[in-house]
Design a protein around this ligand. Structure first.
Ligand SMILES: Cc1ncc(COP(=O)(O)O)c(C=O)c1O
Length: 485
């Protein structure tokens, strides 16, 4: 026998709260279940009528009903009314909710959650809002339209040029990257030379394994990229810290025992110098004579201002045999994308692929397809041009504002990239200053974070990619006040 739903008059009140209306409606209905005003089998009011009664949008009521149905409190009947499900009253009395409310976080969790800084000047983050949403969606639509393959996951995961039945998507990206690198960085690489990896650290670990660097010494910029240093250390490398000055890595400090050297020649990380043309030639000569590998991390080489870009080390005479070139999508697009590329010297290629097969590190096929489309359609070039203009304006605004608000700071490392360095007096307590800035709502890095051995220099490292020009004066004023304190 069909049971007819009981129509009920509901004493429904929406409790005032900051929660979305759909949650408040769902909570109010569950409360009626808990108190017995609403029982299994009862019909819920029509959405339009309830919306009118509560003076809210019908969409909010529909969303609340969807939420309650998804949680099993209610279900639609063939006659298109919505009724309370069997057991819904028991669930309501047991405190079951149809959604996760922020209040379910414990007080400890809430207390421990770090507040979001008002100004995020922590280096390393590009402004992803500059990516044209239509272009981004087109890239992912194009990836979604391609057949699902086992792609990068089997056989030769990082791309073997020939004889690979599943290698097509991977090959498209390598082709697009080869053209991009030739145009923007002067790097002449065949698509088959490019190995895709999920980040610069993965590239460093694979190189260390491939070149047999475990147990050997690798010259590493000091101060330098902490994640890169840790990646090499985790592969068993002994780090030889080599100082950096205004012309980049100090090559006079390279040692006889250095089997390789890691460097960021386009924009030293974090101090910002460009490796001078003279030093580039010396470095290549040294590597040839010492039979050492040069590891070039070209992490943000696309962004430079007021200066002509120097081509990558890899593009110099002798570069292809001596230099392992690494690039990444992390600064161009987003670190969340997890796509980077490695072009090792030919003699290391096979061993790098083998090393990556052991650790099973590869990029996502779909993300790779999306990036291939983004580059091939010309969207990456357009994005980089637009982003570089925006970053140039933000950089200019922050420098000018810092000169006003904190004239004592010496600013450097501004020719390229997405961050600058502001030198502090030698006796500054960097950590204390960083904390004061944090308390004032400003996230920033300090130079000490980039070293493992003490450095006779104190500085703030300030990313400006996320700082709109309109906020530069306020952020600089906060820095000036904390610095004077
Ligand atoms: C020197 C350097 N290399 C590489 C990266 C990014 O590497 P990944 O591709 O692992 O995100 C960064 C990011 O801040 C960096 O500073």
């Amino acid at each position: 026998m069909t049971r007819h739903a009981r129509s009920v008059e509901l004493p429904l009140r929406l409790p005032p709260s900051g929660a979305p209306v759909r949650h408040r409606v769902a909570d109010a209905l569950i409360e009626l279940l808990r108190t017995g005003h609403l029982r299994p089998g009862d019909a819920l009011p029509a959405t339009r009528a309830l919306a009118t009664e509560l003076d809210i949008s019908r969409n909010a009521v529909l969303a609340a009903y969807d939420e309650l149905a998804a949680a099993g409190f209610i279900h639609a009947t063939p006659g298109s009314s919505t009724v309370v499900a069997v057991g819904a009253d028991v669930a309501a009395r047991a405190g079951v909710s149809s959604h996760i409310s922020p209040q379910t976080a414990t007080r400890d969790e809430l207390r421990d959650a770090p507040p979001e800084p008002r100004w995020n000047l922590v280096p390393g983050y590009p402004d992803t809002s500059l990516i044209e949403p239509g272009h981004w969606r087109a890239a992912w639509r194009s990836a979604a339209q391609q057949p699902v393959t086992n792609g990068l996951l089997h056989g030769e995961p990082h791309g073997e040029p020939d004889g690979e039945p599943h290698g097509q998507p991977d090959r498209q990206l390598r082709g697009a990257l080869a053209a991009h690198l030739r145009r923007t960085r002067g790097v002449a690489a065949d698509p088959a030379d490019i190995i895709l990896v999920p980040g610069v650290s993965a590239a460093l670990r694979a190189l260390a394994a491939a070149a047999g660097l475990a147990g050997r010494q690798v010259a590493f910029e000091h101060p330098g990229y902490p994640e890169g240093r840790r990646a090499l250390e985790s592969a068993g490398v002994h780090i030889h810290p080599v100082p950096v000055d205004d012309e980049g890595l100090d090559l006079t400090r390279l040692g006889r025992h250095d089997a390789a050297v890691y460097t960021t020649p386009a924009h030293q990380y974090p101090l910002g110098a460009r490796l001078s043309a003279g030093r580039r030639a010396v470095l290549i000569r040294w590597a040839r004579e010492a039979r050492a590998l040069v590891i070039e991390d070209d992490y943000d080489g696309e962004f430079r201002y007021d200066v002509r870009g120097l081509p990558a080390l890899r593009s110099m005479d002798g570069g292809p045999e001596l230099v392992a070139y690494i690039g990444t999508a992390s600064k161009m697009l987003s670190p969340g994308f997890r796509i980077a590329w490695l072009i090792p010297p030919p003699y290391l290629r096979r061993a790098v692929l083998d090393a990556l097969a052991v650790t099973d590190e590869s990029i996502s096929t779909t993300a790779g397809q999306a990036l291939a489309h983004f580059i091939a359609a010309g969207h990456l070039s357009r994005h980089l041009a637009r982003a570089a203009r925006t970053y140039a304006a933000r950089r200019h605004a922050l420098i000018a504002a810092l000169r006003d608000a904190a004239p004592g700071l010496r600013i450097s490392g501004v020719d390229a990239g997405l961050h600058l360095v502001a030198d502090l007096p030698r006796d500054t307590d960097e950590i204390g200053l960083r904390q004061r800035l944090h308390d004032a709502g400003l996230g920033v890095a300090v130079l000490g974070e980039y070293t493992t051995t003490p450095l006779d220099r104190r500085a703030l490292v300030c990313g400006y990619a996320l700082l709109p020009e309109t906020q530069a004066a306020a952020a600089a004023a906060a820095i000036g006040a904390a610095y004077r304190e």
